[in-house]
Design a protein around this ligand. Sequence first.
Ligand code: DGL
Length: 264
Amino acid sequence: MAERPVLVFDSGIGGLTVLREARVLMPDRRFVYVADDAAFPYGAWDEPALHRHIITLFGQLLQAHDPEVSVIACNTASTLVIDALREAYPGRLFVGTVPAIKPAAERTRSGLVSVLATPGTVKRQYTRDLIREWAAKCHVRLVGSVGLAALAEAYIRDGFVDEDMVRAEIEPCFVERDGRRTDIVVLACTHYPFLVNRMRKTAPWPVDWIDPAEAIARRALSLLGRGEPEDRLANGPDPAIFTSGKADAAIRRVVQGFGLALRD
Ligand code: DGL
C-alpha cells in the first residue's frame, strides 16, 4: 500500500522553506503542500476568527489528503492553534512551528536576543510563555513586522526586493545595551529565511539568524513510520494546493521550482 503523504501547511509560500529541508531528510516521501493564500496574511487576522478558520480548513484537508503527519509550517498558525488541532483531530499527528526561543537562549553570548515575527505571533500568549520558560535570563525583544512576509512573497515571485524596506523592517531587532549587542535574531516566520541574505546585507552588525526549518523537518521524520521506500516521482510531482484557486503564472513557476505541481 502506498504511504500516506506528509502535508506541509502555511498561509503562503513560507512553508516551502520547511518543505525543502523535509525533502532533504525524507527523499522518498510524498508531500502535499497547502498554501492558504486565500487568507494570507495570517499575521493580520484576529485570533478567534483565525482559530475557527484553521480548525475548519483542517477538517477538509485531513479528509481530502489523509496525511500521516501534518506539518504546520507557520508560526502565526501554530502559536494559535497547534493544541486545538490536536484536540479537534485526535489520532492525527501534527508538528508545529513555534519561535526558536530555546535554542536562541542557549546560544546567545550577549544575552540580547530578538524574535522577528508577524504581529500575530508577537502578541500570542504562546510566544510569551516560551520566553518565560526558556529565556528568563535573556533580554528578548519581540519585533512584529507588518510587511516582511509580503516582501518575501514578492521576492520569491518576482525575484526582486527593495533592500531599504528590508533594512527598515529588521532595524528594531538590533539593540545595544551596556556595551552589549544583540547577537541572535530568531526568524519566527517561515517566510523570512527567503530574505536572509538581504537581511545579512542590510543588518547594522553581524548576528546569527536562527531558521528552525531543519529542526521541524527532523521532528516530522521522527514521527513517521518506516514504510518501504517508494519511487517518489513515479506518480509525478507532489501536488501544491493554493486555497484561492487563483495562483498565477509566477506562483506556478515557484512551485515548479520546488518540484511541485499546482493542483486546481
Ligand atoms: N509564514 C507565516 C509564519 O510562519 C506567516 C505569514 C503570514 O502572516 O501569513 O508565521
